[in-house]
Design a binder for this molecule. Structure first.
Ligand code: MG
Length: 280
């Protein structure tokens, strides 16, 4: 061999270095990290029966989220998909000639519209603690002011109203605008879109509890309006009322949901609900 010992040594070093590099790269890629799936030698969490990282604590149920934001997750009850009103009926208004029935409201192309005088649209099923998604749009044509601009409402348990109103540049009393707990709590901010544009409510509601004919725990509500927090775990003082404070009256643990007929042609679509259950 004619190669000088210096060059041979350098070549060997380069080769060894390269081989080491490949080995390091492979080991990093192939490295698999393992971790315990829980512990039983940890302290008990204050106020809970479970230990920190408790190996025996039940894992939460798997829910497949909607394909796009606002779409119903796998455990939701779809109340209205834009076409089918079979989960609803109408509640005739007192002293009105309406006979009720789902046909009272107008089914359009992918939406349902309030038909003034038909009565509230009411679910056949009853609900208590819920997560509720609703999309609504105010009429494009403005034919009134204040409370006569696209008034409707989400009547949770048929009596606790999250106001639906065209509140885009519409002056009215603060506790009567969109996303208000009607007659009680104005929204934290006004996140209204223009008339005719679709708006979203994501509502988390905790039903009131009654004991011996009295309120043991009032209702609480969180409302997200078009992605913006409008009510944050807000205590509900009383059932919906106009110009008065109406006292709580005991009712069932679950009651129907309703959409208010306030005689203005508000549209609704994509309505789904999840029953809220505690963890563990
Ligand atoms: Mg209303």
């Amino acid at each position: 061999m004619n190669g000088s010992p210096k060059w041979t040594a350098a070549a060997v070093l380069i080769l060894v270095g390269a081989a080491a590099g490949v080995t390091c790269g492979q080991s990093a890629k192939e490295k698999y990290r393992k971790s315990p799936v829980g512990y039983s030698d940890t302290p008990v969490l204050p106020g809970q029966k479970w230990k920190v990282h408790d190996i025996d604590r039940p894992r939460p149920a798997v829910v497949t989220p909607g394909a796009a934001p606002g779409q119903p997750p796998s455990d939701a009850i779809v109340l209205f998909d834009g076409k089918d009103l079979s989960k609803w009926t109408t509640q005739p208004k007192k002293n009105k000639s309406s006979k009720g029935g789902a046909s009272g409201w107008k089914l359009g192309n992918g939406y349902v519209e309030v038909a003034g005088g038909a009565g509230d649209l009411v679910t056949r099923e009853k609900f208590g603690d819920i997560q509720l998604h609703v999309e609504w749009a105010s009429p494009t044509e403005i034919t009134g002011d204040s409370q006569w601009r696209g008034n409707s409402g989400i009547l949770i348990m048929s009596r606790y109203e999250i106001q639906v109103l065209d509140s885009y540049n519409n002056k009215t009393y603060a506790d009567g605008q969109a996303a208000a707990v009607y007659g009680q709590w104005p929204p934290l901010v006004n996140a209204s879109r223009k008339p005719g544009e679709w708006q979203t409510y994501d509502i988390i509601f905790e039903a009131p509890k009654f004991q011996a004919g009295k309120v043991a725990r009032p209702a609480y509500v969180t409302v997200i309006h078009n992605g913006v927090v409008a009510q944050h775990h807000q205590e509900i003082i009383a059932p919906m009322a106009h110009r008065i404070v109406k006292p709580y009256e005991p009712h069932g643990a679950e009651e129907p949901l309703a959409l208010q007929d306030h005689d203005t042609p508000v549209r609704y679509r994509n309505i789904w609900v999840r029953r809220m259950k505690g963890r563990d």
